[in-house]
Design a protein around this ligand. Structure first.
Ligand SMILES: Cc1cc2nc3c(=O)[nH]c(=O)nc-3n(C[C@H](O)[C@H](O)[C@H](O)COP(=O)(O)O)c2cc1C
Length: 325
């Protein structure tokens, strides 16, 4: 499995927020850089910190665990300080020779000189000029769906091609079938979407059947979720959902009892994401987990699901769950 690291420094939390989101989606290890002498906050220090960045200073860092040989891809994130990377990134790049590695870079700014900052990091790291880059404007302070989708789309590119024989039908932005298909893992053509389903099963005690993604998955390994996945070519959304539940958990659902409780188009992930709700009592001991996909299953109350969310253990794309349960 491809192993990715997200190495970052953050002063006010924006770069950390983006790094955590990218790591949750790509399954990357998170490595936070911290200077031994933390930068103080406030206007004057901003001026001094900016001066350090302009001079490409290399402050001493607290110990961090990073061995480039453990990673196939390394993502580096920084706030933009006076048009440059924050100094802890200079220290990191000087201490680790990353030339020859597959690198990606992102910078968080209030809107000025993100590209210049990324350019400087790429040159210093000896990166391939075609490396993936992402320029974000204060992603935490100014949260919006478009920013999340931009990050999600970038994550798709970081995960890269893992093309398989599985075929998907493609739809236009209004969900009209185009008659086109594509192989799973290839780049989705612009203006085209495929269908993804998420299936919730509720029992008569009001608990929900949650499953844990296998650590072998490239996308959110180890996260708790409800069963689902991409709909195959020739299937409709409901048929795809029922098939996924059968494949991953060995449970037979009656399609006529499924209710569509949410359907949203994501321009970041280029999909229509349908959420189906079923009511069924299933004995956990009767569940046959598909080893490649699922590592654990449990019936959970809403409170238990809230706890998973608070502990960042729920699949990031299930962030809608409070709307439907
Ligand atoms: C010392 C300093 C210098 C900055 N210089 C710039 C700049 O040149 N251009 C810009 O757009 N934003 C600049 N900013 C704003 C930050 O880049 C921006 O708010 C970023 O999202 C902060 O990331 P963080 O929350 O991870 O620290 C500066 C902030 C600081 C503290």
């Amino acid at each position: 499995m491809v192993k990715t690291a997200v190495v970052f420094f953050s002063h006010e939390g924006n770069t950390k927020y983006a790094a955590e989101y990218i790591s949750a989606i790509t399954g990357a290890d998170l490595i936070e850089l911290e200077p031994k002498e933390p930068y103080p906050r406030g206007k004057v220090s901003k001026y001094l910190a900016g001066k350090d960045a302009l001079a490409h200073k290399m402050p001493e860092l607290k110990d961090y665990e990073f061995n480039k040989d453990n990673y196939d891809k390394i993502v580096i994130g920084t706030p933009v300080w006076a048009g440059n990377p924050a100094p802890p990134i200079n220290t990191f790049l000087a201490a680790n020779n990353l030339s020859g590695k597959e690198l990606a870079f992102f910078a968080c700014s209030t809107g000025g000189n993100g590209d210049k900052c990324i350019d400087y990091m790429m040159k210093t790291a000896g990166a391939n000029p075609d490396s993936l880059t992402l320029n974000l404007i204060d992603p935490m302070k100014k949260r919006d769906t478009a920013k999340l989708q931009e990050m999600e789309h970038w994550c798709l590119k970081i995960l890269g091609s893992y093309e398989t024989d599985e075929l998907w039908d493609l739809y236009d932005a209004d969900r009209n079938p185009t008659g086109e298909t594509m192989n799973r893992g290839a780049e989705i053509p612009e203006g085209r979407y495929h269908i993804v389903v998420s299936v919730w099963i509720k029992n008569s005690e009001g608990k929900y059947l949650m499953s844990r993604r296998s650590m072998k998955k490239g996308w959110c390994p180890g996260a708790w979720e409800t069963t689902g996945g991409a709909v195959d070519a020739g299937e409709d959304s409901l048929t795809g959902g029922v098939r996924e539940v059968k494949e991953e958990l060995g449970i037979d659902l009656d399609p006529s009892t499924g209710k569509l409780v949410r359907s949203v188009r994501s321009d970041g992930l280029q999909d229509f994401y349908d959420v189906w709700m079923f009511e069924k009592d299933v004995d956990i001991s009767d569940i046959i987990m598909q080893e490649e996909e699922v590592s654990d299953v449990a019936w959970m109350t809403r409170d238990e699901i809230d706890k998973l969310w608070d502990e960042h253990k729920l699949h990031i794309l299930l962030k809608y769950y409070k709307e439907i349960i």
